[in-house]
Design a protein around this ligand. Structure first.
Ligand SMILES: [Zn+2]
Length: 237
């Protein structure tokens, strides 16, 4: 990171703060913002340390958005180079799956698989985005689970609660990757929306590395809904 660069772009990021609150109002606004983001700095790295894990030694980086309260955690292993595609996962926080080992979804399995693949490759990055439950927050996610207990699928549950199906936006994750010196990626994802967002932000997605997990019976219907209603690229359900 270049300190001078950060200072010179921080002012403009602050000025744009007001427009960001409404960035999901329409696709047009979103695309305009994405273009603006491509040429600007809206995140900064604020902390970095060593993180030994069950899957090998990583560096853990803390990033903060300059235009909201959002924080990002990045795990990096090895050297990230501009001239070589980087193995990348953009992972959205799933407390129930990542921490508690919930079998309602396969998020935890995907995260661990991504760490394993990076360890095997010797380099790569995971951008961990703290947007629980596709952005609705943990409490609403528990409410949605309650509706699912009564038979609703993941999309119907959100709709019954009057919540958007997916509130996430990946632009700042892409910005972080660019900040880390990544130009092109081999993306570990089944979500076409993530591929689209990274490409819109100027990252080349040269390959999609599918994270094949073995779904439990409970996760199978959740994954089928993601495949059929959200267009996720899954072959196993
Ligand atoms: Zn999950």
């Amino acid at each position: 990171m270049n300190a001078q660069q950060t200072t010179s772009t921080m002012g403009s990021a602050r000025n744009r703060r007001s427009s960001y609150g409404q960035r999901r109002d329409s696709n047009v606004v979103e695309i305009k913002n994405a273009r603006r983001l491509m040429n600007s700095r809206t995140v900064e790295r604020v902390a970095e340390a060593r993180l030994p894990t069950d899957f090998g030694e990583f560096r853990i980086l803390g990033y903060r958005a300059l235009n909201s309260n959002e924080e990002f955690v990045v795990l990096v292993q090895g050297e990230l180079r501009k001239d070589r595609p980087t193995l990348v996962r953009v992972h959205s926080q799933c407390l129930t799956g990542d921490v508690f080992g919930s079998t309602k979804c396969d998020c935890g399995q995907q995260l661990r698989k991504a760490m394993e693949l990076i360890e095997r490759e010797g380099s790569g990055a995971i951008v961990y985005q703290q947007q629980e439950g596709r952005g609705i927050g943990i409490i609403n996610k528990i409410r949605a689970y309650a509706l699912q207990d009564q038979g609703a699928d993941t999309i119907e549950a959100n709709e019954k609660l009057g919540l958007a199906v997916d509130l996430r936006s990946y632009e700042q994750c892409a910005e972080i990757l660019r900040h880390l010196g990544v130009n092109s990626v081999r993306l570990m994802s089944n979500n076409p929306e993530k591929i689209r967002a990274l490409e819109e932000m100027g990252l080349k997605v040269v390959e999609r590395v599918s994270l094949v997990t073995v779904p439990t019976d409970a996760a199978r219907s959740y994954l089928r809904t993601k495949k059929e209603k959200l267009g996720h690229l899954l072959e196993i359900v």
